[in-house]
Every structure is written in C-alpha cells, then in structure tokens.
Design a protein around this ligand. Structure first.
Ligand code: SAH
Length: 534
C-alpha cells in the first residue's frame, strides 16, 4: 500500500507542527499516527480536553505545555498559543499540538495551521475521533442508522440562537432532523433550552428524541435521554453539564441493549479507590478500569532514595549480572525493573549483556514494564502475584539447584522469596529502592472523599489500610460511607482493629478475586440503578 507522504519518516523534518487529534477522552481512541507523533515530539502543547494520560507517551525530556482552556479560566490566549507553536518549530523542534477530539472540528485547527504557514512553518494535521461521534456511540447512540438516521450534522452550540447573530441555519437543521437526521451539538449545554426551543420553533415536534452525553468515552461518562420538551429539565435534575454533546433526532431515542457495550460493564459509573504503592497499583487499576470503574489511586507508600553504600552494592551486583555472574534475575516490582534498566544504562551496557539470564517477575505489571523498558520477555510469570508465587513458579521449572540468583528489591521486602530458593541456590539480595509512607493524599482523592463520591475502597495489605487511615486523619470517618474491600483475612483483621471493618473479602488473596469482591459489594449496593437516565 503506498504510504501517505505525511507518514514517511524522512518527512518528519524537525521544525514541523503536528496538529494531532487526541480523541474524545478514552486514551485508546487516539490514532496510530497521532501516537507515533506524540512519542517523537520535542514539545507537546496540549488542551484541557486532551486526556493528560496521553502525555505519558511523550519522551521524558519532552517539553509539555498546558494551554488548557476550560470555561473562563483561559490559561493562554489563542495568539499566545500560535506564537508558541511557531517559536518552538522555528527553533528546529518537533512540535505536537494535541487537541481534544479532531483538531479541525470546532478546534480552531485551521487557524493554527494558517498562522504557522504564514510564518514559513510546516503544519501537518492528524485527524482524530471526534466527540460528536464517539460520545454518543459510548452512550449507546449510533449517529446514523439505516432505519432511523441518514444524515448527521455537527453543529456549534456556542452561538446563542436567540440573539439572531448565529450562523447556524436552524430552519434547515430542523428540516434535516425532521426527515430522519441526527444533529450533534458541541459546546451547547449552557444553551440547551434555547437550542431546543429554536428547533421546535422551526417545526420539530416536542417529542423529538434528545440526549446529552457528558465526559463521553471516559469512566466518568454520564448521559441523559429525553425529548426536546423535557431534556433540559432532565439534564438539570441529573446535574449533567459541560463538556457534553447534545444529540437530537430519532437515533437519540434508540434503546437497544446490544449498543450499551460501554455502560453495561459491571463497575461502570462507580468510583473505586485503590490503595497501593504507586508502582504496584497499575495492575489492579487496569482490572477495575476494564470493568468500567472510575479508578482513583491513593499511593500510601512513596519511594525514597537509597544510601551511597546501597547504590554501590547495587551497581556492583548489576556489573556482575552483565558479566554473566548470575543465572537468574528476579524482579518483584515495576520499580525494580526501572532501577535495573537505569543501572545497566549507567554502566554503559545494554540489554545484550543480559543474554542467557533467566528472568522471573512477580506479575503482569512487572512483565509489562520489563517489555517497555528493556524489550525483554519474562521467562517466569506466576499466576499468583506475590513473592511466594514467583518462588513457587521458579521451583516448578525444576531448574534451581546450583544456580545463582540476583534479587534487586525494596528494603522492606518480605523474606519468603529468598528463603524458598536459598536451600538449593545462591541468592544475592540487593536493595534497589526504599519505601516510606506517603506524606499526603493526592488532591483529587481528598476532593472525592469530601464529595462522598467514592463507592468502594480496596485494601491490598495491612500497611496500606493503616497508612490510608492515617493519611485521611479526621476525614477517615468518610470511609464509613464507602464499601471497604479487603484482599484477605490479615488485612481484614487490621481493618477491624482500625474500626473500619471490611464489607467484603477476596476469596483468594489475589487481584482478580479482589476485583470480584468489589463487583459483589457494588452490585449489592446499586442493583436496579441504570447507566442512562431516561
Ligand atoms: N475538537 C473537539 C471539539 C472541541 S469543542 C472534537 O472533535 O471533539 C469542545 C466541545 O466538544 C465540548 O464543549 C463538548 O461539547 C465536546 N466534547 C469534547 N470532548 C467531549 C467528551 N469527552 N464528551 C462529550 N463532549 C465532549
């Protein structure tokens, strides 16, 4: 297949501005090309509606500029943004201008392109998945449908239709929708009533279906469905507001169960707090997100630097590893992977030095980091994510006797793993990092507690339970209105002692079981509540 010139790497000349559509929110909805440009960028200039999670794709040394414009709190004017793009590109940098949805669709992308072109800066557009299609889709509304809608119109709701200065042809729009069409309004929730009145004023019947989808494609998505007559009242009642897409037309009234793939997931619409070390939380969070939950992370343990002596010991051990001095490397956290990858790099070595070394990891999250950082595949991944689990998996391979193991670990790591191998093998443990209790909870978590917005809290160890209660201080009482879910009997006992008994406990002490327990308590609490307010 011939490649588009914009996809040609030789074309990725420095000094170009890439206008990249970030998609509507779900980070999976950025295009492959957009993702590629983001990874290569020297500078990323991003909007409030571009999901900040996508910034993790950028190089660690890339300059990230937040020009987010939400409501009246303009962080940077359009003129300043234009000037910034030209300034960085003229300095020979590769600039990604990351915009919510599609860069052109109500995104002033064309203005930015023209400004660049006038100053001799090349600008390339990478289209994106627009909110007007994706938000309805995730709310169960197909914007066209063979039987219900054969046109779809994207409309700005920014202009007040009652002021007479709107450029939107409401008569034409009402006629299109009346004949079986869909209208998707952007930036219109504040003028919802005026828009509905204008459409009925131009001949649409009051019972024309209308829906509003806020934060579409995100775990916080909320939607309301009604008719032109009542949608405003329903939106107010439900407290749905901007950013949202208003969908008008027969398709907005469709209610077929097969279409609700997003909101049908068991934890959709529920907020779950995950208490773990930041490095370890990703695996549990990923399982919860997959089931639709809005996950907040409260790292209760932070990383602390190691001492000079420990650093030297680690560096010596890694040098030995690179020289074939170990048969096995066992990594018990994503953080240990980072420390090893950085350490090998600091020695001026690379991944080739690890050839022939068998690598065991504690679980999927660590395996993933190993792949990301070193492009290595783990040889041993236990089904049960624990030090004991990986030791058992290594023993099950039958190759332990006489082998030399290196274990770079946290200072407080439990002794099971080395103890289980030591009988038969030589095991060197080195301290790769220290942990300490976190000083404070992230602001978003505190706000969520204050708003009573947390449905369930997961506890994966006694120490995370104690740390969370102490970090919450006098706010700890707020834990009573959340469902508390414990990973096992030891953690449950600690929760009892703390005065916040667990509402549910995982049947097996592993993450999938913990997630099942979360689903059980949530199902019991919210049975009969539906995702779309109708
Ligand atoms: N370029 C963007 C639109 C920018 S205008 C795109 O193609 O999607 C900003 C408006 O987009 C918001 O006021 C809202 O109407 C809509 N919008 C953006 N993201 C949204 C989301 N996740 N859910 C619902 N509406 C969204």
């Amino acid at each position: 297949m011939p490649r588009n010139p914009a996809q040609n790497d030789s074309d990725a000349a420095a000094g170009t501005v890439w206008l990249v559509g970030a998609g509507p929110g779900d980070p999976g909805l950025i295009t492959v090309e957009g993702q590629r440009r983001l990874r290569a960028a020297d500078v990323v200039v991003y909007d409030a509606l571009a999901n900040p999670v996508l910034l993790d794709l950028a190089r660690p040394d890339a300059e990230l500029v937040d020009v987010g414009k939400r409501a009246k709190d303009h962080k940077m004017s359009q003129e300043q943004i234009n000037a910034l793009l030209v300034d960085r590109a003229s300095a020979g940098l590769n600039v990604v201008r990351l915009k919510g949805g599609d860069p052109y669709l109500f995104g002033r992308g064309a203005e930015e392109c023209a400004f660049c072109a006038e100053r001799g800066v090349r600008c390339v557009v990478v289209p994106g998945v627009t909110a007007g299609i994706a938000a309805p889709a995730y709310a169960g509304i197909p914007v066209t449908h063979r039987k219900l809608a054969s046109t779809v119109t994207f409309v700005t709701g920014h202009e007040d239709p009652t002021k007479g200065d709107t450029s939107v042809d409401y008569a034409g729009l009402a006629a299109l929708v009346g004949k079986g069409g869909t209208a998707c309004f952007y930036m219109g929730v504040g003028r919802l009533q005026a828009i509905a009145d204008e459409l009925t004023g131009h001949g649409l019947t009051a019972d024309t279906p209308a829906a509003v989808v806020q934060w579409g494609t995100l775990p916080t998505q909320r939607s309301v469905a009604g008719t032109l007559a009542d949608v405003r009242a329903r939106v107010e009642e439900a407290g749905v507001s901007s950013p949202a897409i208003i969908v008008v037309g027969a398709a907005a009234g469709i209610n077929e169960p097969g279409l609700n793939f997003f909101t049908d997931r068991p934890l959709f619409g529920r907020t779950v707090l995950v208490t773990r070390t930041r490095q370890q939380s990703s695996e549990l969070s990923a399982l919860l997100v997959e089931r639709g939950a809005h996950v907040l992370e409260a790292p209760t343990i932070a990383l602390a630097p190691t001492s000079d002596v420990e650093r030297r010991a680690l560096s010596e051990a890694l040098a030995r590893l690179c020289e074939g001095g170990y048969d096995d490397l066992v990594l018990t956290s994503a953080n240990a992977v980072d420390v090893v990858a950085d350490g090998i790099d600091a020695l001026g070595k690379d991944v080739r030095s690890l050839h022939g070394v068998r690598i065991g990891v504690v679980g999927d999250a660590t395996a993933l980091r190993l792949d990301e950082r070193l492009r290595l595949r783990a040889d041993v991944v236990p089904t049960q994510t624990s030090g004991r689990g990986v030791a058992e998996a290594i023993i099950a391979t039958g190759a332990v006797e006489g082998r030399r193991f290196l274990l770079p670990r946290a200072d407080i790591a439990r002794p099971d793993l080395p103890a289980m191998l030591r009988d038969a093998a030589a095991v060197d443990e080195v301290v790769a990092y220290h942990t300490r209790p976190a000083d404070a909870l992230p602001a978003g978590v505190v706000d969520a507690f204050d708003a009573g917005a947390i449905d369930a809290v997961t506890f994966t160890s006694s120490s995370t339970a104690k740390n969370l209660v102490s970090l919450l201080g006098e706010r700890a009482e707020a834990l009573r209105s959340c469902r508390r879910v414990s990973i096992g009997p030891v953690t449950s006992r600690t929760l009892d002692e703390l005065g916040f008994p667990a509402d549910a406990e995982a049947e097996r002490a592993d993450l999938p079981s913990l997630v099942e327990a979360v689903q059980r308590v949530i199902a019991a609490r919210f049975s009969g509540v539906s995702a779309m307010t109708r």
